[in-house]
Write a protein that binds this ligand. Structure first.
Ligand SMILES: Cc1cc2nc3c(=O)[nH]c(=O)nc-3n(C[C@H](O)[C@H](O)[C@H](O)COP(=O)(O)OP(=O)(O)OC[C@H]3O[C@@H](n4cnc5c(N)ncnc54)[C@H](O)[C@@H]3O)c2cc1C
Length: 448
């Protein structure tokens, strides 16, 4: 490595990077979408590797501490399977409005077990940092950095489930970020896991009617003014019913970090430091109230601050606001979204009130077509989760994890069919993908 001038730049010498292996399907990013994609690809017969940055699978559910699954009801396949398994392990339960809360630690183990059982090769602690196309504009390899150094991984089809669209951007795909006029993204939040509370005593502050308002009042009683004006407390585990034990488990989402780019490590770092200090301050404030809060304790703040949005990669179809308003239907539908428009204010001033588009834009249940999961600018690349092709408003609705899992399952299935039949994803007729999805569903419905 040579320094060109004192601090201005340096030239990194070109070097040969070993291609570690060739797989049928390489899934990059092991969040809700990535795990579902890897499971579907492996179960439908593809040799599949799943690469994940953190030391656990699950993305926002685990590294992000937020095992609060929105829009999971009536979702088939992997989504239903995960929920049933969490219920069987007494580690998750349905909450009002068809939402599902789970213990993030149990989710970590469950996702690993499901992947290993399906034959997915899991690769943790590894970041995808570059990508290369062949002369036919087909994505050929993903390059990673880890303790093993810089490595290249070849695959017939690659799936971008990094949430932020890292792989697709590195491969040269076009994308949009943020609000169409301002470019601003929704704020980030650092999620906390709490204990030391009795559910029967704090039930009114949780995700019940007026819960957010009442929790805000409690914080304001001790002079704490949270940066998110609708602080949210979710009960994951109620603790021993009727006992004096305060051994329940709760998730708190109560802060907003505005104007932070998910593609800028310095901005993310500063947001994380501010957010962690604020979360501790909020919990200390609640504890100082005594009473039901006297033993509240912070189990952990998330390893990863939650980025609601980053790149929306251009696909062969773009899900639009119009689709939401009209309840769009598609021949190649792979996911029915019922979650409404949910834009967290992009502006600290307006952050004190709910974003008005949430009230004015009334969405109907609408379909996401498989084409929105197929990259437009680079061949051999499938997308799933929050980085699929959609506009700012549509993204605020489809991004939640019940949909991310369902998209992931379709993406992994498409990748597998394409890889095993030596075609590009966009060359595979939808009927073939649907057929495989239906057969997997039948197998999942047969009791073991
Ligand atoms: C603060 C916040 C609150 C939210 N609230 C809810 C909620 O209550 N319920 C709900 O259902 N949804 C909620 N959402 C939305 C939802 O969490 C995301 O949209 C969802 O996680 C999308 O799933 P995903 O798999 O696409 O992304 P992610 O969960 O972000 O997973 C992406 C994975 O890829 C990994 N990764 C990223 N870059 C790389 C790279 N370069 N190389 C390797 N791996 C990489 C990450 O470590 C991560 O594991 C919330 C999001 C945030 C941020």
């Amino acid at each position: 490595m040579t320094t060109q001038s004192r601090d201005a730049s340096f030239t990194e010498p070109a070097r040969e990077i070993p291609v570690v292996e060739r797989r049928d399907v390489l899934v990059c990013g092991g969040g809700p979408a990535g795990v579902a994609a890897a499971l579907a690809a492996a179960r439908s017969g593809a040799k599949t590797r799943l690469i994940e940055l953190h030391g656990c699978l699950g993305g926002v559910w685990t590294a992000g501490n937020l095992s609060w699954i929105l829009d999971p009801a009536d979702k088939p396949g992997v989504m239903r399977e995960i929920i049933m398994e969490l219920e069987r392990r007494s580690s998750g339960s349905w909450r009002p409005m068809k939402k599902f809360a789970a213990d993030p630690e149990v989710v970590k183990l469950l996702l690993e077990e499901l992947c290993l059982e399906a034959g997915v090769t899991i690769h943790l602690h590894t970041r995808v940092v570059a990508a290369a196309r062949d002369a036919q504009n087909r994505l050929a390899v993903a390059v990673t950095e880890s303790k093993s150094g810089r490595q290249a991984w070849a695959a017939s089809v690659l799936v971008d489930t990094t949430g932020d669209g890292d792989l697709a951007a590195q491969a040269g795909c076009g994308f949009d970020v943020g609000h169409p006029e301002t470019g601003e993204c929704q704020p980030m939040s650092l999620i906390a896991v709490l204990t030391g509370l009795r559910y029967d005593q704090v039930r009114q502050y949780t995700t019940h009617e007026n819960g957010k308002r009442l929790l805000l009042d409690e914080m304001e009683r001790v002079g704490v003014s949270p940066s998110y004006s609708a602080p949210t407390l979710i009960c994951v585990r109620e603790g021993t019913p009727g006992s004096e034990d305060r051994n329940g488990l709760f998730i708190m989402m109560a802060n907003h970090e505005y104007g932070v780019s998910a593609m800028d490590a310095d901005q993310i770092t500063r947001a994380t430091l501010r957010a962690r200090a604020e979360v501790h301050h909020m919990v200390d404030g609640l504890r100082s109230l005594g009473g039901v809060w006297s033993d509240v304790a912070l189990v952990s703040t998330a390893a990863q601050i939650g980025a609601r949005e980053a790149r929306r990669i251009h696909g062969r179809y773009t899900v639009t606001t119009e689709d939401l308003l009209t309840g769009a239907r598609h021949e190649d539908a792979i996911c029915r979204v019922t979650f409404p428009v949910d834009v967290h204010s992009t502006n600290p001033e307006r952050g004190k009130s709910t974003e008005s588009v949430n009230r004015t834009l009334k969405s109907q249940p609408y379909d996401i077509p498989l084409r929105a999961l197929i990259a437009r600018d680079v061949d051999g690349l499938v997308l799933a989760g929050r980085c699929i092709s959609g506009d700012f408003i549509a993204h605020s609705s489809y991004r939640v994890t019940g949909n991310a899992v369902t998209m992931g399952q379709a993406a992994g299935t498409l990748a597998s069919v394409a890889a095993r039949t030596d075609r590009l994803p966009h060359q595979v007729p939808f009927a073939e993908v649907r057929g495989v999805l239906e057969r997997m569903e039948e197998r999942l419905l047969v009791p073991a």
